[in-house]
Design a protein around this ligand. Structure first.
Ligand SMILES: [Zn+2]
Length: 123
């Protein structure tokens, strides 16, 4: 996973207008009509986040039209997913520093007290 600090693709006003028309004025996240004439804010969105896809994220096929509010909640979810993924990866490769707290010893397995029939452990 590499973050791409390259500048974002810029759209002119005419390009944004053409993009809006080409996508039918429909938010691809909620499927709702974007009522831009009534001042509803919209954005051109990366379907697969730029942070995941890198430079290729700016390809036309990865761009879609979305309400600003829908885009914001998707981005927030993407960030959580990416952060979790980074933590899991860091743990997997042993990059996490050892805990500063003393480790509690594992409690011994307790005898099972109740059952309708005796339980036979297989492992
Ligand atoms: Zn939407």
């Amino acid at each position: 996973m590499t973050f791409n600090p390259a500048p974002r693709r810029k759209f002119t006003t005419l390009q944004r207008a053409a993009f809006f028309r080409d996508h039918g004025g429909i938010c691809y996240l909620c499927g709702g009509k974007i009522n831009a004439a009534a001042g509803e804010a919209w954005e051109i969105e990366h379907v697969i986040a730029r942070e995941i896809m890198g430079r290729d994220a700016d390809e036309d096929s990865n761009l879609a039209l979305a309400h600003k509010k829908c885009h914001a909640s998707k981005t927030a979810q993407d960030r959580r997913t990416i952060a979790k993924s980074n933590q899991v990866q860091a743990k997997h490769i042993g990059a996490r520093p050892p805990s500063r707290w003393p480790q509690r010893p594992k409690s011994p397995r307790r005898e099972q007290h109740s059952a309708t029939r005796p339980i036979v452990r297989t492992s």
